[in-house]
Write a protein that binds this ligand. Structure first.
Ligand code: GDP
Length: 362
């Protein structure tokens, strides 16, 4: 699975967000092979298409795809220098696929701010400086290592050395490597470093109930994000915490009253998914209608491997119906009759929403 680490200064609303997200947590019985740490939660991907498919197929079970969120508390100024806990936090971030950086954009006298002032730019800088310093340390060590190999004439080492040296001034400025817009060849050269500041990042701007518009704090976060290729999801954690306590029918009433189309959390989950370049395909049988996650650009055998690794090796073909066709022609048989049922081979690039039946040898 893919995961997203929640970071931010103390008292910005990380736990409130994490708790609201994991209230919707999916039953562990559906995922017997996942071992979930106490600070991690598996959150279902909201996807109305799944309900639509279930209406047509009427399966015994409906299983959404998921995304894991990890609450990484305790990232504070000086973490990159810390031997013990500081290092531990950075190690936790290193293991995540993407970063959700919560920034306080709400005013509330009752909630103490670590610096006694609501200042998103300063807050973001503290966290980003720690991450950049940690990366700087990694890059400096790597440069020493590849210098020796490069001297012996190794071409890759030379290319790496050149690339690593380009990272130094950026990190020294406290800017994330993400902001450099590296191409795929350059990314390949730095992959082994597992840098923190290269991870796709979204800023979760935690605003007050009336802080979605005309909020200079939010504007500040937007401007910073634009500069470094990050996205912003404005959210009011306080409202989200309330919504997460409600039953389903109360939920839709509350959302209507608030003039919201969906919980803000759904936007967070979706943004995380998009950030990671992920898409969904479905399997639809009478036993189970289920959503699965694959990277955009995945081939049919790679998509099959998400269900079971043996499926990739034994892949014969994929029987595919596009989501719109499946709905329009009321299921597989209807789609077949309308000529919308396709046989695809191992080169097929899976499209978002495909309903797939894999044929394979075991
Ligand atoms: P963390 O230290 O970043 O995990 O922050 P918490 O989630 O524990 O929140 C710190 C305090 O801020 C708690 O008292 C929360 O109730 C409060 N808080 C969190 N989000 C909001 C919000 O959107 N508005 C207001 N007014 N208070 C919030």
């Amino acid at each position: 699975g893919f995961n997203c680490g929640i970071v931010g200064l103390p008292n910005v609303g990380k736990s409130t967000l994490f708790n609201a997200l994991t209230k919707a947590e999916i039953g562990a019985e559906n995922f017997p092979f996942c071992t979930i740490e106490p600070n991690a939660g598996v959150v279902p991907m909201p996807d109305p298409r799944l309900n639509k498919l279930a209406e047509i197929v009427k399966p015994q079970k409906v299983i959404p795809t998921t995304m894991e969120f990890v609450d990484i508390a305790g990232l504070v100024e000086g973490a990159s220098k810390g031997e013990g806990l500081g290092n531990q936090f950075l190690a936790n971030i290193r293991q995540t696929d993407a970063i959700a950086h919560v920034v306080r954009c709400f005013e509330d006298e009752n909630v103490i701010h670590v610096a006694n002032k609501i200042d998103p730019a300063a807050d973001i800088e503290i966290i980003n400086t720690e991450l950049a310093l940690a990366d700087l340390d990694t890059v400096e060590k790597a440069i020493k290592r590849v210098q020796r190999v490069a001297k012996s004439g190794d071409k890759t080492a030379k290319a790496q050395l050149d690339m690593f040296e380009q990272l130094l001034p950026v990190l020294n400025e406290g800017m994330p490597v993400r902001s450099m817009n590296l191409d795929s060849d350059q990314m390949a050269l730095i992959r082994e470093l597992c840098l923190l500041t290269v991870k796709p990042t979204m800023y979760i701007a935690n605003v007050s109930e009336d802080g979605f518009e005309n909020n200079p704090h939010l504007d500040t976060v937007m401007a910073i994000a634009a500069e470094e290729n990050a996205v912003v999801v404005p959210i009011c954690n306080k409202i989200e915490a309330e919504i997460s306590e409600l039953e389903d029918d109360e939920k839709s009433m509350f959302l209507d009253e608030m003039g919201m189309e969906e919980p803000g959390l759904d936007r967070v989950i979706r943004a995380g998914y998009k950030l990671l370049g992920l898409q969904t395909y479905f399997t639809a049988g009478v036993k189970e209608v289920r959503a699965w996650t694959v990277r955009i650009g995945a081939t049919a055998p790679q998509a099959a491997a998400v269900i079971h690794t043996d499926f990739e090796r034994g892949f014969i073909r994929a029987e595919v119906v596009a989501y719109e066709d499946f709905v329009q022609y009321n299921g597989e048989q209807g789609a077949k009759d309308a000529g919308k049922w396709r046989l695809e081979g191992k080169e097929y690039i899976v499209q978002d929403g495909d309903i797939i039946h894999f044929r394979f040898n075991v």
